[in-house]
Design a protein around this ligand. Structure first.
Ligand SMILES: [Zn+2]
Length: 277
């Protein structure tokens, strides 16, 4: 699943590749998928999109938003977005295919589940994940997402009694920060996913804040994690330390085997020696 670093990478690549391209044709829901979500009736998407040009793209948490003249396209974190040069084959299964006047195309396909939302200016779009991502400061915004803001998240009465996985990677407290990127953030901060927020010392909190900022920045700078693919189908350049491939391999810091546990709806990977619980 893409998260903040990959959503930012995809938005950048869309801006570098698709700006000013005009949509010639739209194929929507051509491969039926139980867990593909649309905004309103997908058969209206061609009318909303045909003849429009790509103006800009940006990440909204772990989602990618494309702005067109008087229309918006939003892809949630379970969507594979791929660019295809003119003449290149497009995937046989997809839930949205935009063909441009120059012969190139953008395909969107659902992995397990995901949203492909299209709406026109003035049409109310009230997706809670999207609104939260637009409203809350991004960790890449150093002025709004500063240490004081981070402390505010952790000292909230709903958060302070939680463990770090629940506090940081659930409930959209930090939109786009999910279980995937959390593993390396916690490893760098030497804290386990089980560690309770209310046991953190001031120093540990600051280390965690720095790790969150630096890890996300590095992942984004390198074009996302190598466990995810970009707009061109290539893995990102950030080598994930704590991933499904790490189970049982030696911790790069101390050599102890990395542990995998099912925890709060998803697997966590951590080092029992380096990361305190
Ligand atoms: Zn270790």
């Amino acid at each position: 699943m893409i998260e903040l670093p990959e959503a930012n990478t995809l938005a950048r690549q869309i801006e570098e590749t698709l700006i000013k391209k005009t949509i010639k044709s739209v194929l929507v829901a051509s491969s039926p998928h139980k867990f593909a979500w649309y905004h309103g009736d997908p058969t209206q998407y061609p009318d909303r999109l045909k003849g429009k040009s790509i103006l800009s793209a940006e990440a909204a948490g772990g989602m990618v938003e494309i702005k067109l003249n008087h229309a918006h396209l939003l892809f949630s974190d379970g969507i594979n977005l791929r660019f295809h040069q003119a003449g290149d084959p497009v995937p046989s299964k997809h839930q949205l295919l935009l063909s441009f006047t120059d012969g190139s195309a953008l395909s969107a396909s659902v992995q397990m589940y995901g949203g492909l939302y299209c709406w026109i200016d003035g049409d109310p779009f009230d997706n809670a994940y999207y609104l939260a991502a637009k409203e809350k400061p991004s960790p890449f915004n150093d002025e709004a997402f500063d240490e004081a803001y981070f402390l505010q998240i952790l000292t909230n009465e709903k958060t302070m009694n939680l463990n770090l996985k629940a506090a940081l990677a659930t409930q959209q407290r930090i939109p786009g920060l999910g279980n995937g990127v959390l593993q390396d953030i916690l490893w760098q901060a030497k804290l386990s996913p089980h560690c309770k927020v209310n046991t953190l010392s001031a120093e540990e909190t600051y280390t965690l804040f720095l790790s969150l900022k630096q890890t996300l920045a590095e992942m984004t700078h390198l074009g996302g994690r190598d466990t995810e693919k970009d707009l061109f189908g290539k893995p990102g350049g950030y080598k994930v330390i704590m991933s499904s491939k790490s189970e049982g391999t030696p911790c790069p810091e101390c050599g102890a085997p990395i542990v995998k546990e099912a925890y709060l709806g998803g697997s966590v990977y951590y080092c029992k020696e380096c990361q305190r619980s």
